[in-house]
Design a binder for this molecule. Structure first.
Ligand SMILES: [Zn+2]
Length: 287
């Protein structure tokens, strides 16, 4: 791909994601002010969003290992020889020091050291979009200041796997599964979500999108939004959910990929309240 086309399309995706931005008035209200109550914290973080704020500053959204998602002002970050030395690139892994506001509003970033940049950002558009998708899920599924260290580890591992050329279909499915597991949204796949009885995984199985898992013949009656899926799809999801550290050796059977993505995309859209924005850019996630 020509370099210019690559950058034009990157810019296009950046405009689309993320779309929710704080207005300048809101940022001005939230600007951190030094006071004795601001505690200095150190942690690792993944850069989810970078918004130009002034001639010299950015407002950044970071998914941190110890404090969950935070919004912070990075003063002087846009200066050529600013204090962050180009560490605030999208999807970079950084080690940060920040001052926590005592209540609400933006934190103040005082230090950011680059640990690993997201190399796919400059090499492969689909992998860049897959990285944006990881950021979208982190951003949409978590609240500010709600720590999930295992989810941070999963996201970090996924970005690394994308950079290392691991297969996209499996890498992304595994991250989606892990994210939902760590956040308590993963569907129940072996026992009926209604009554708790084991559901035999043979033939077709009923999957309740609203109920959040498989349903037995009795409990599916009267349920809203119930999909019929082949047992192989449920088994594959279960396999990804239980693979642990061995997930990189998993391969999804191409014969069930479309069916799995169909029900899984619907389930994700139900959780988020809308279709994930990056799905339009990731053809391999289409059913
Ligand atoms: Zn039941």
């Amino acid at each position: 791909m020509q370099v210019q086309v690559f950058y034009d399309r990157c810019a296009e995706a950046r405009l689309l994601f993320p779309t929710r931005r704080r207005s300048r008035a809101v940022i001005a209200r939230d600007l951190p002010r030094y006071d004795a109550n601001m505690a200095s914290e150190k942690t690792q973080a993944i850069v989810l969003r970078v918004v130009e704020f002034s001639e010299t500053s950015y407002v950044v959204t970071l998914f941190t290992e110890d404090f969950g998602k935070i919004g912070a002002l990075a003063k002087g970050a846009r200066r050529p020889k600013g204090p962050f030395e180009g560490a605030l690139d999208l999807l970079a892994l950084v080690r940060i020091v920040f001052l926590r506001k005592s209540s609400g509003g933006l934190d103040l970033l005082t230090e950011a050291k680059l640990e690993r940049c997201f190399r796919s950002a400059r090499r492969d558009l689909t992998r860049l979009y897959a990285g944006y998708y990881v950021a979208e899920l982190l951003s949409e599924l978590t609240d500010e200041g709600d720590p999930h260290p295992e989810l941070f580890a999963a996201a970090n591992d996924t970005l690394l796997a994308l950079d290392q050329g691991e297969p996209l279909v499996e890498t992304i499915l595994h991250f989606e599964v892990e994210a939902l597991q760590h956040l308590g949204h993963f569907p129940l796949l072996t026992d009926c979500v209604g009554c708790g009885k084991a559901v035999p995984l043979v033939g077709r199985v009923r999957f309740g999108l609203v109920a959040g898992g498989v349903l037995c013949a009795t409990c599916r009656l009267g349920q809203r939004r119930v999909a019929s899926v082949s047992a192989a799809v449920v088994q594959a999801l279960q396999e990804f959910a239980t693979a642990g550290g061995n997930w990189r050796s998993l391969r999804l059977d191409p014969a069930i990929r479309g069916e799995l993505r169909g029900v899984w995309n619907n389930y994700l859209a139900h959780l988020l309240g809308h279709k994930p924005r990056m799905h339009d850019y990731l053809g391999f996630l289409a059913r």
